[in-house]
Design a protein around this ligand. Structure first.
Ligand SMILES: Cc1ncc(COP(=O)(O)O)c(C=O)c1O
Length: 350
């Protein structure tokens, strides 16, 4: 702490991202990245954009990308908001739509950035416990609130809610904004974007970091009623007018246009997930049903921290959370078949 800090800074509890090791030899199954590269068309679009135009600022509205998203989902571009990763989109949502008198509701086990934003923006929150099977109980969200947010599929559990269950949560809070964080939706869930026209309080966020394999580019989006989008644009334009650079706009647009590559790589991840789940279950793991590009698993006889340490010695990194309720689980990102086999080999005889 220093006398130069604004007073609130000393109370911040920042988010701790998963490790990005400098050693490239490691099998990295800890931050839910895509094991397959981005669309070759996205790479080509970015390479074409690497030219003298970089001296010019990018389009502050990223219209090219808004239109690509709108085309993909068959919606109006006025319903699309873009940011530097969905983390930034979420930050603007917390800032611009969740600062109310009543508490914000989110599951006790969910994305650990939510409480961090609450701390940053002084938002009171109320954790809503998942049930014994680590599932969201829809009825628990039907109570007074200043907003609701949950990932679907949930993170780090990987469990998905069906669209009608999502709709019930949205319907139950007509006077507050309900945000469905669909970072992992393309690996097995049904997007709630189809509900946006009917519910002016619904906002859906997505990212290009997972299913479009562009975590390094930092592009995220939100889809909702133009009134909600306007709030986000106001916050964004009071913070950073150019969150997406020229390469990001070109690459992300091309990635959205390349539906074929996207579908092919998502399917490969889903197939590998099914194989990995079967292999882990054969070793005695309990694996929660996953609709994401990761799985959440525990072994009844082996301590999760010990297993993570053992795997690391074998050059495989997975994520372990210390939070009490999930301290015996490992979150394992789905890799290529070879990477998944390295995980299985690293576990050895249990
Ligand atoms: C549930 C959830 N939401 C949002 C994000 C943020 O993704 P990004 O900022 O890369 O778009 C993540 C990243 O892991 C996540 O797990």
């Amino acid at each position: 702490m220093s006398k130069f800090w604004s007073p609130f800074v000393k109370d911040l509890v920042p988010y701790v991202p998963g490790e990005q090791p400098k050693l490239t030899k490691l099998v990295k199954l800890n931050t839910n990245e895509n094991p397959y590269g981005p669309s070759p068309k996205a790479l080509a679009a970015m390479q074409a954009e690497l030219n003298d135009n970089l001296r010019l600022y990018p389009d502050p509205n990223s219209d090219l990308l808004k239109q690509a998203v709108a085309r993909y989902y068959g919606i109006d571009a006025a319903k699309v908001f873009l940011g530097n990763g969905s983390d930034e989109v979420l930050a603007h949502i917390f800032h611009g739509l969740f600062q109310h008198d009543r508490p914000l509701l989110f599951p006790d086990i969910s994305y650990s950035f939510y409480p961090v934003y609450c701390g940053l923006y002084g938002i009171e929150s109320e954790p809503v416990p998942l049930d014994e099977q680590f599932q969201i109980r829809v009825a628990d969200y039907a109570r007074p609130n200043g907003g609701v947010i949950f990932p679907n599929p949930n993170a780090p559990t990987g469990c998905v809610l069906a669209l009608d269950a999502v709709e019930q949560i949205v319907k139950a809070s007509p006077d507050s904004v309900v945000v469905v964080d669909e970072a992992y939706i393309d690996f097995g869930g049904e997007t709630a974007i189809s509900l946006v026209d009917r519910y002016p309080n619904l906002l859906v966020t997505q990212t290009l970091s997972k299913s479009r394999s562009l975590a390094g580019l930092r592009v995220g989006l939100a889809v909702g009623h133009p009134d909600l989008i306007e709030a986000l644009e106001r916050v964004k334009n009071s913070f950073n007018s150019y969150p997406l650079d020229r390469l990001a706009i070109a690459g992300a647009s091309a990635a959205f246009d390349d539906r074929e590559y996207f579908e092919k790589t998502c399917q490969k991840v889903i197939d590998s997930r099914n194989t990995l789940v079967a292999q882990l279950e054969a070793k005695g793991f309990e694996v929660l049903p996953s609709a994401a590009n990761f799985i959440f698993a525990r072994h009844p006889q082996h301590d999760a921290a010990g297993l993570a340490a053992k795997l690391r010695e074998q050059g495989v990194i997975v994520r372990h959370f210390k939070q009490e309720r999930i301290a015996q689980f490992l979150r394992i990102s789905i890799g290529t078949p070879e990477q998944n086999q390295a995980l299985i080999d690293g576990l050895g005889e249990l």
